[in-house]
Design a protein around this ligand. Structure first.
Ligand SMILES: *[C@@H]1O[C@H](CO)[C@@H](O)[C@H](O)[C@H]1NC(C)=O
Ligand SMILES: *[C@@H]1O[C@H](CO)[C@@H](O)[C@H](O)[C@H]1NC(C)=O
Length: 168
């Protein structure tokens, strides 16, 4: 009798541990699923700016997590973590590029180029820790001439989640 009780208790304990295991696995899978974020967008038209204006990269190559909006050029962080951003541009001949990356409307980094009678290229990259809802966007500063055509995409804006934040 005692042996049967012990066996039943053991069975219960094993079942309990197994079901907790399944719960944790499901939880981790859900977290991993919601933490896949990567976007890449390019410019398919010439963009000429003479004052601070948000830059919108129209052509979306990749938008996993749907966090980049190609109507506004904004990336809105859907999952807390460490993100990599990279941006690049080519000027028209003799043009300038002065691009700035902003986080929540606060200036972070720049890329600049000007070559007299030539095509200048500018780029920069950064690793940023973001919270859910943080917004990252690019803005022109002063005179900007970014070259772009549907079959000549030189200017791109890219970002992806490197490490999801540890769950709290
Ligand atoms: C530029 O983007 C920022 C950040 O998303 C936003 O707050 C601001 O209203 C935008 N400016 C314009 C002129 O759209
Ligand atoms: C945004 O991207 C979609 C799909 O890639 C495209 O059809 C649409 O024209 C783009 N919007 C703008 C404003 O370029």
């Amino acid at each position: 009798m005692a042996t049967t009780t012990t066996a039943l208790l053991c069975l219960c304990a094993v079942t309990l541990v197994a079901s907790i295991g399944v719960d944790i696995t499901e939880h981790l899978n859900k977290r991993a699923g919601s933490s896949r974020v990567a976007f890449s967008a390019g410019l398919t038209t010439n963009l000429e700016l003479h004052q601070p204006v948000n830059i919108t990269f129209d052509k979306v190559f990749t938008n996993i997590g749907d966090a980049y909006d190609n109507n506004t050029g904004e990336f809105t962080c859907p999952a807390a973590g460490t993100y990599v951003f990279q941006f690049h541009g080519l000027t028209e001949s003799d043009g300038s590029i002065w691009m700035e990356l902003f986080k929540n409307n606060a200036y972070v980094i720049s890329a600049y180029s000007h070559s007299a009678n030539d095509y200048g290229a500018a780029s920069n990259a950064i690793v940023l820790q973001l919270a859910v809802g943080d917004v990252v966007h690019l803005q022109g500063h002063g005179d900007v001439y970014l070259y772009g055509a549907s079959d000549e995409v030189y200017a791109t804006f890219n970002g992806f989640l490197l490490y999801p934040a540890k769950s709290s």
